[in-house]
Design a protein. Structure first.
Length: 124
């Protein structure tokens, strides 16, 4: 059973007997209560949401156009920078090189924090 009190929605699992008992207790109040109308989006909210969607579509189109221009710009490299990818020779075998990490050397003279005197309290 779902119910709301002071704007807080509660949900409770009841057996048939408990649900009937709770319903009987609340019936006196329910008969005098107003039902809240179903919330429906008002025109202003719908209009604002439509404008946001249109703006997002426009921004997405601009981003795509910028990406396309960048791709076109990068694909028009000077001849000196272009490489011929039609080399008939197969690539030489690539030797796998294992690089060992450098041993970490700790500083010979570590920096020490100054010692602080313990706080002194008075019983004044």
């Amino acid at each position: 059973m779902t119910f709301s009190v002071d704007g807080v929605v509660y949900e409770i699992d009841l057996n048939a007997h408990q649900a009937h008992h709770l319903w009987a207790l609340l019936q006196r109040y329910i008969t005098h209560a107003r039902r809240e109308p179903a919330h429906r989006g008002n025109r202003r909210t719908e209009r604002d949401q439509r404008r946001v969607r249109e703006t997002n579509r426009g921004l997405t189109a601009q981003i795509r156009q910028a990406a396309q221009r960048t791709r076109e710009h990068l694909s028009h490299k000077p001849a000196s920078e272009q490489t011929d990818h039609t080399d008939p020779k197969p690539p030489a075998e690539i030797a796998e090189k294992v690089v060992e990490p450098h041993a970490r050397k700790w500083p010979r003279n570590p920096v020490r924090a100054p010692e602080l005197a313990p706080p002194q309290f008075s019983s004044i």
